[in-house]
Design a protein around this ligand. Structure first.
Ligand code: NDP
Length: 299
């Protein structure tokens, strides 16, 4: 058996950003519309700071506005809600993202519920989750949206009737991923920590999406020959070969073991990860167009 195709999410995300830059330029020229993203960062979690910096930098790269709101870790829930409500009212802000996690005194559900669903570019609001589940236009969570773009690019239009298995049932990845696959007429199984004989369930999958958070859990014996394997997991593990105290990122899939069996597979890093921010920008463009009454570009 040959090696699976390596699905290059980094290159796909760069190409998507290129298309978004063209679309943003077109919106500016034809409609005097510049999509604007407001990013709210509470506290000083180093990982969150890196994510926010990347989001702001990539907005600039595609010609979109970004506004960054940094607030101290001891901000009250009331003050944070007031900030979100102010952003809801601003016409130049088309997307609002509150970086998670939030400090303990703040209920993340209350904050997410306060975001105008039309500006909910993370797609986490219950209105958007409900719209996705009932087949209506919605803002789709960025990571599963990015996975779906990679799956369609790999398999072309022919997803109808394929068996898809999603391992993980979180609200931000597993469940919306299952909805998107169902929308494409896949036969979808959602597996989780109580699933019996997970390898056998996974071996049924023409499309296998792993969103678990357990390094290298999915081995070769989970993969049907020729399957498309999408690894959402991002796990930091010790890398003694790189030196004492060093770490590296690995996925939920044992890439080296699964690649000889799969038909196509995403690496970690460089697979799903880069697609997430690109899809955030895409959602912001879509949200801006809908708010302005302009047809969203097909990107
Ligand atoms: P959650 O912790 O919210 O969900 C994990 C899911 O995996 C749960 O449904 C859980 O089942 C299931 N699970 C846990 N252990 C097992 C097991 N042994 N067998 C089968 N299922 C299991 O994680 P997220 O969905 O937020 O994230 C998943 C992974 O994706 C993480 O590594 C995260 O870092 C990564 N991620 C990557 C992103 C990207 O940009 N590429 C974005 C978001 C997440 P149960 O419900 O029964 O507990």
């Amino acid at each position: 058996m040959g090696e699976a195709k390596r699905i290059d999410g980094k290159a796909f995300a760069a190409a998507l950003r290129g298309r978004l830059a063209v679309a943003a330029g077109d919106l500016k020229d034809r409609h005097d519309l510049t999509p604007g993203l407001a990013v709210v960062l509470v506290g000083d979690d180093p990982a969150s700071q890196v994510y926010v910096r990347n989001k702001v930098a990539q907005c600039a790269e595609v010609g979109m506005e970004s506004l960054e709101y940094r607030r101290p870790a001891d901000i009250s829930q009331g003050d944070l809600l007031t900030l979100v409500e102010g952003l809801n009212d601003r016409r130049d802000v088309h997307g609002i993202l509150v970086q998670l996690p939030l400090p303990d005194q703040i209920d993340p559900a209350a904050v997410l519920a306060a975001i105008d669903p039309a500006k909910d570019v993370d797609g986490f609001h219950v209105i958007n989750a409900g719209r996705l589940a009932t087949g209506q236009d919605s803002l789709v969570p960025c990571t599963p949206a990015g996975c779906m773009l990679l799956i369609k690019d790999t398999l072309g239009g022919g997803l109808s009737g394929l068996d898809a298995v999603v391992v993980g049932r979180s609200n931000i990845v597993g469940k919306p991923m299952a909805q998107l696959l169902l929308r494409e007429n896949c036969t979808v199984t959602v597996a989780h920590s109580r699933t019996r004989d997970l390898p056998a369930v996974c071996r049924r999958a023409d499309i296998l999406v792993a969103a678990v958070g357990r390094p290298h859990m999915i081995g070769a014996d989970f993969v049907k020959p020729g399957a498309t394997v999408i690894d959402v997991g991002i796990n930091r593990v010790a890398a003694p070969d790189k030196g004492p105290g060093k770490t590296r990122l690995v996925g939920d899939v044992d890439y080296a073991a699964a690649r000889p069996v799969a038909g196509a597979i995403t690496p970690v890093p460089g697979g799903v990860g880069p697609m997430t921010i690109a899809c955030l920008l895409r959602n912001t463009v879509i949200a801006a167009c809908r708010q302005a009454g302009v047809a969203p570009p097909d990107v």
